[in-house]
Every structure is written in structure tokens, then in C-alpha cells.
Design a protein around this ligand. Structure first.
Ligand code: PRP
Ligand code: MN
Ligand code: MG
Length: 184
């Protein structure tokens, strides 16, 4: 699949599985008090793979909501301009909300999202992200659960795209620069 476009496998399918299980256990322990009242908010589209695997790995019941936000354009770096493509279907007031993200790059998307959701008065609001790029951060965001800190390289797969492609790869890989320099 996508032969030649992927320069290297950064995180394998098995490594992702193990990490998802670990994060789900951790979250389960922390949310014993809230048991039955946990609301996962997945950020479309990137978080979709992580969200569905995470929800199934979580030992306690949780409800699923999705929000679609996107930074403008399909470039390899974030513009910082966030738009809501789809809002939540329900009120989150007094709910224990856990935002589920695939990656924190500059932090701009999440910073905006945290402000937006906290204004809706949830009982609690935390973030669980599979990936984080510490070297790319422009805004510090408080993130309770992080799967992997990764180098500042362009990565795709397991929900992460380049121009809407590669989301369906089961692993996370680095993109061969030829893909985004050839003017696809
Ligand atoms: C990507 C990614 C995160 C965000 C991280 O989403 O899924 O949501 O960018 O970047 P930041 O920390 O620099 O804001 P994107 O806007 O590409 O939309 P998508 O999830 O639909 O791919
Ligand atoms: Mn996203
Ligand atoms: Mg994207």
C-alpha cells in the first residue's frame, strides 16, 4: 500500500496497540469516580482510528462524540486558523470530557479546542493524544495523556493524512519528501 511513499515506519501496528491498551488502563484508573459518565470527544478526522481503538480498549463504558475541526489548507504545517466543520451533537455541561486527538503539532488546534469546550462548563476536561511533537510546539497546552513524543518530521498513517491520503495505513510512518515536493 502506498508503495514508495513511506520513507520509514516510525511506530508499528503492534507498538500502537500496546500503547492504546496502556493509555486506556491509565484513563480507566483515573476515571473510577466518573465511571459510566465519561465522554470521549474525538477530533475528526485524524483521531478516528485512535478514538475507535481507544474506546474498545477502555475497561469502563464511555460515550462517543465527535467534533470536526480543521486548520485551513492541506499543507504539511498548521496555519493556526481553526474552523468548526462539525460541532458536538450534545451539551457537555457537567460531563467528564476527554478530548481524543491523534497528534499535537503546534498545539494551536488543541489550544483553541480547550478554550471552546471549557466555556461549555464540563465537570472536567482533559486531553489524550497518541502523538506529540515537542519540538514543533507554539502554544503550551496541558495534556494529561500522551502516547508517544516524536521528532518534528512529517508523519502519516493511523488517521494522520497528507492531503487526505494515508489515513488508512495501520501504522505511523514518515512520508518520503518526494511526495510533498513533487506538487501532488
Ligand atoms: C491535524 C491533526 C491535529 C492537528 C494538530 O488535523 O489531526 O488535529 O492537525 O496540529 P496543531 O497542533 O499544529 O494544531 P488537521 O487540521 O490536519 O485535520 P484532520 O484531522 O482532518 O486531518
Ligand atoms: Mn485533526
Ligand atoms: Mg490533516
Amino acid at each position: 500500500m502506498y508503495d514508495g511513499d513511506i520513507a520509514s515506519v516510525l511506530i508499528s501496528e503492534q507498538q500502537i496497540k500496546d500503547k492504546v491498551t496502556e493509555l486506556a488502563k491509565q484513563v480507566d484508573e483515573d476515571y473510577q469516580q466518573a465511571a459510566g459518565d465519561l465522554l470521549l470527544v474525538g477530533v475528526l478526522k485524524g483521531a478516528v482510528m485512535f478514538m475507535t481503538d481507544f474506546a474498545r480498549a477502555l475497561p469502563q463504558p464511555a460515550q462517543l462524540e465527535f467534533m470536526a475541526v480543521s486548520s485551513y489548507g492541506s499543507s504539511t504545517s498548521s496555519s493556526g486558523v481553526v474552523r468548526i466543520l462539525k460541532d458536538l451533537d450534545r451539551d457537555i455541561a457537567d460531563r467528564h470530557v476527554l478530548i481524543v486527538e491523534d497528534i499535537i503539532d503546534s498545539g494551536l488546534t488543541l489550544s483553541w479546542l480547550l478554550k471552546n469546550l471549557s466555556s461549555r462548563n464540563p465537570a472536567s476536561l482533559e486531553v489524550c493524544t497518541l502523538l506529540r511533537k515537542p519540538d514543533a510546539v507554539q502554544v503550551e497546552v496541558p495534556v494529561k495523556y500522551v502516547g508517544f513524543d516524536i521528532p518534528n518530521e512529517f508523519v502519516v498513517g493511523y488517521g494522520l493524512d497528507y492531503a487526505e491520503r494515508y489515513r488508512d495505513l495501520p501504522y505511523i510512518g514518515t512520508l518520503d519528501p518526494k511526495v510533498y515536493t513533487s506538487g501532488v
